[in-house]
Design a protein. Structure first.
Length: 607
């Protein structure tokens, strides 16, 4: 197939039109080749050590960009025409015709009618492959009585037509593929039945459209016919990281100090014997750590890099370090955070000040987003890498973009959060989502919906909706990053709401200015007030089965949902009851609105 030139925004080369995606543009249907086809002479390399460490030995590269009109020598990426089968909107001829006119590729039939891509393609159920439906072969298959020898041995491949039969209504049965040679006619309704392609003997080739046919011996999984623009045809797996100074979490620092202690080797040598606990007690007293931490460190042997490789652990450590020194941040660079303690400012409700401890105004932050690969048809299908190179000596290349933005970081009180999430009613509420996640293999790639994650996640959505009204940014421009985990050595409890733009160095300041105490506190209270009442109440508040796969509890479009591009989990694992309370469930921020409303009522009586 021939490469076709067209323009995309830089961010679209990662999503939604990244490697393996089908894009419709100017009457053409195209698909993007993997990065092994990228010309290494163009496209700047993007440096982000934290992200490369997570992805492994690899290269992050930005797609080529240009200003003005593209010329003959303008650097570009390759997109292939897919599907190759098209029909003429004038004469209805169905073919894989490709021709040139004055040296340029055309999308015109021999009758001068425009060629329209066929709407259906074949996708592998498990292998994430995609291919053309062989329409001539399909049209001459089937189990009906019309399958005569004349049909079976027909060779009139150039007489295939895609027609509409008005006598068969308006559904797929009215759309037919007809052969002018043997007069065979087959409706598209037979294409979408269960195991239709398998019964017709059409097998998966085990490749992507831009790969050579000889590169694979085929795939054992079944094909299914889907519309080429269906959402499930392309499920991108992206990963992003904030480019911040990597900080060691406190648990890692403590473990390093324990290993460096002069008596640590004696604990390891005794291997859990009677002297190990005694010597561990000496180390614990001297370093100010728990005896269990010393024994656990000794049993681990060599230090593990798992914590350091986790992006959010490093980010949490960096943010908390900034928040430990309140005031103006004059460090410069791409990670600038001014911070203030919530309890130190007047006008903050006591119930809010006991749960929200510190706020960071992120004046500048750099984010790098990369496309790791994609899946097709199902989230349980195999992951296809963004780089399909067969050269083992070559470092894989992942499409990436860098974005600069601003944001607001909110840190919650760990002691209050830990006590709240231990309550049986809270655990029972969150267990509903945990069990549903466990029963769905594809959902197990999402965060574990423990109580603190669901509560902070829902709070972030409520605040995003409110910030969109005051910041000057649309809700789709705001992103969330939830730090809420109890199964890490260092527990996390915070929310980052930020915006980033790939075409601007810096930001407009419309979001970070709302992080000032006199602006943020009223916005937080307004967000909680918005979440207290939903236009779909009482149905929404009393529900525990909302959204796809019932992965939301009390949350809907009227109160908690935001743009899916803004959410880490695509609007899943939300529940207003775990934030505001309801019924027998105590909320994380339960009582905040009650205190405010009581104070307002008192002031009205006094006045």
């Amino acid at each position: 197939m021939e490469p076709i030139r067209h323009d995309l925004r830089l961010s679209e080369t990662v999503a939604p039109f990244g490697v393996g995606a089908v894009v419709d543009i100017r009457g053409e249907s195209l698909i993007a080749a993997d990065t092994s086809w990228w010309d290494k002479r163009f496209g700047d390399e993007i440096h982000c050590d934290r992200l490369v460490e997570r992805l492994g030995h690899s290269v992050l590269r930005e797609a080529p960009s240009h200003s003005g009109r593209a010329g003959k020598d303008t650097n570009s990426l390759l997109y292939w025409r897919f599907p190759s089968w098209r029909f003429c909107e004038r004469c209805s001829r169905l073919s894989q015709q490709t021709s040139r006119s004055k040296g340029k590729w055309t999308n015109v039939c021999s009758c001068n009618g425009a060629l329209v891509p066929m709407r259906y393609v074949a996708v592998c159920k498990r292998g994430s492959h995609i291919q053309d439906i062989p329409w001539f072969k399909w049209a001459h298959r089937g189990n009906d009585a019309g399958l005569t020898d004349e049909v079976r041995f027909c060779r009139s491949s150039k007489e295939l037509r895609f027609v509409r039969s008005a006598s068969d209504g308006e559904g797929l049965r009215s759309l037919r593929v007809e052969c002018g040679g043997c007069k065979r006619s087959r409706p598209l309704s037979e294409l979408v039945t269960k195991d239709a392609l398998t019964r017709d003997g059409i097998r998966c080739q085990g490749i992507q459209p831009w790969e050579e046919t000889s590169a694979s011996d085929g795939c054992e999984h079944a094909l299914v016919a889907v519309q080429r623009g269906a959402t499930g045809n392309y499920i991108a797996e992206r990963i992003s990281a904030l480019d911040i100074p990597e900080e060691q979490p406190k648990s890692v620092q403590a473990a390093d100090n324990i290993r460096k202690h002069i008596f640590f080797e004696k604990v390891v040598a005794d291997n859990g014997g009677p002297q190990a606990e005694m010597v561990a007690g000496w180390i614990a007293d001297e370093l100010g750590v728990a005896v269990g931490d010393v024994l656990r460190t000794a049993s681990e042997g060599q230090p593990s890099d798992d914590v350091l490789l986790d992006l959010k652990d490093g980010e949490w450590a960096a943010f908390t370090k900034k928040l430990d020194t309140p005031g103006r941040d004059r460090s410069g660079g791409d990670f600038v955070v001014d911070s203030w303690k919530v309890v130190e400012h007047p006008g903050v409700p006591d119930t809010l000040g006991s749960r929200l401890t510190a706020v960071g105004q992120v004046r500048r932050v750099r984010e790098v987003r990369a496309l790791k690969g994609f899946r097709r048809y199902s989230a349980e299908a195999d992951l296809v890498s963004a780089d399909l190179s067969v050269d083992s000596r070559r470092r894989p290349t992942y499409p990436a973009i860098e974005m600069f933005g601003e944001g607001i970081f909110l840190q919650f009180d760990e002691r209050h959060l830990a006590a709240w999430e231990q309550q049986p009613e809270v655990q029972a509420r969150a267990r509903i989502l945990v069990e549903r996640r466990t029963s769905m293999p594809w959902a197990q790639r999402l965060n574990v919906p423990e109580p603190r994650f669901v509560a902070l996640h829902t709070f972030a959505h409520l605040l995003i909706r409110r910030l969109a009204h005051a910041s000057g940014y649309s809700s789709a421009s705001l992103q969330e990053r939830i730090y809420a985990s109890t199964d890490r050595p260092d527990r996390t409890a915070g929310v980052l709401i930020y915006t980033a733009a790939g075409d601007a160095q810096g930001t407009l300041g419309g979001l970070v200015r709302l992080g000032d105490p006199d602006k943020l506190v009223p916005l937080v209270l307004a967000a909680l007030d918005d979440g207290d009442v939903c236009s779909n109440d009482p149905v929404c508040f009393e529900s525990d089965r909302q959204r796809s796969s019932s992965l939301n509890l009390s949350a809907c479009h009227g109160c908690s949902l935001v743009s899916e591009t803004s959410c880490e989990t695509a609007n899943r694992f939300l529940d207003r009851q775990l934030v505001l309370g309801g019924g027998s469930v105590p909320g994380l921020l339960d009582g905040v609105l009650t205190e405010i409303r009581s104070a307002e009522a008192l002031s009205l009586r006094v006045s």
